[in-house]
Ligand binder design. Structure first.
Ligand code: ADP
Ligand code: MG
Length: 250
């Protein structure tokens, strides 16, 4: 579902991604960890067309992201085609980013109606299903300011799911939450993983990574230092940088 082949990203002279290679199969969950500034968000943003890779190849569902290739050369994708690719990817951010002046329901129906031209009645029915699925059936008409951080993040997950994504990206979805609200969001994410969704999750919730992830990837300074099944990587990290990072987390 995702294949990164020596992905590089520079911002001017700043080299943020220095050759990331990894694969996520259909239905797999990959958890990405690493120190602040190591390029985790930038990598997710490249997958989701919020940044364009500087070199290397990135594929989602077999399609090159952001470019088309012709006779070995890359050409930037037409915005319409980039938009089509991007619609198939859901993203959840640390700071929810809900529309403050719309209800939970309003937030969830927005993109299907605007982007996919789904009729209001159909979008509403589906949004209610999704809000029920994330445990918010009773908050359909609440505004973000009337919801806790955990509830807002669950609305954000429902909103991403409303576009029927093939792939879900999560960028530290619980980092901004009070500790007692983290569990309810992780529960929703775990259920989503169990339902077969392919997910790339930047998180430092090691309990979640251990139980839910198929692969755990440790990144530092724009490279993958170490990757493997979470139980193995957590029990016996091979690199000093991984050991040091994990010892600071636990
Ligand atoms: P992480 O998510 O692992 O903390 P980021 O991907 O956010 O790391 O950032 C990696 C580096 O890239 C940081 O040094 C950050 O300042 C830099 N960076 C991120 N986005 C931009 C940008 N748009 N322009 C310039 N530098 C950026
Ligand atoms: Mg980040």
């Amino acid at each position: 579902m995702v294949r990164a082949d020596r992905v590089h990203k520079n911002f001017g002279a700043l080299r943020v991604l220095n050759g990331i290679s990894l694969e996520v199969r259909h239905g797999e969950v990959l958890c990405l960890i690493g120190p602040s500034g190591s390029g985790k968000s930038t990598f997710l943003r490249c997958i989701n067309h919020l940044e364009q890779v500087s070199a290397g190849r990135l594929y989602v569902a077999g399609e090159l992201v952001g470019y088309r290739e012709k006779a070995g050369r890359l050409y930037e994708l037409h915005p319409r085609d980039a938009a089509r690719q991007r619609r198939e990817i859901g993203m959840v951010f640390q700071h929810f980013n809900l529309f403050p002046h719309r209800t939970a329901l309003g937030n969830v129906i927005e993109a299907p109606m605007q982007v996919k031209k789904v009729r209001k009645a159909a979008a509403t029915a589906r949004a209610k299903e999704l809000l029920d699925r994330v445990g918010l059936a009773d908050k359909v008409n609440a505004y973000p300011a009337q919801l806790s951080g955990g509830q807002q993040q669950r609305v954000a997950i429902a909103r991403a799911l409303a576009m029927d994504p093939k792939l879900m990206l999560f960028d530290e979805p619980t980092s901004a939450l009070d500790p007692e609200l983290v569990g309810e969001v992780l529960t929703v994410m775990r259920e989503l993983a169990d339902s077969g969704m392919t997910m790339v999750v930047v998180t430092h919730e090691m309990g979640f990574a251990r139980e839910v992830a198929d692969q755990l990837v440790f990144m530092d300074q724009g490279v993958v230092v170490e990757a493997g099944p979470p139980a193995e990587l957590l029990a016996a990290p091979r690199h000093d940088r991984t050991k040091e990072f994990l010892s600071r987390l636990l």
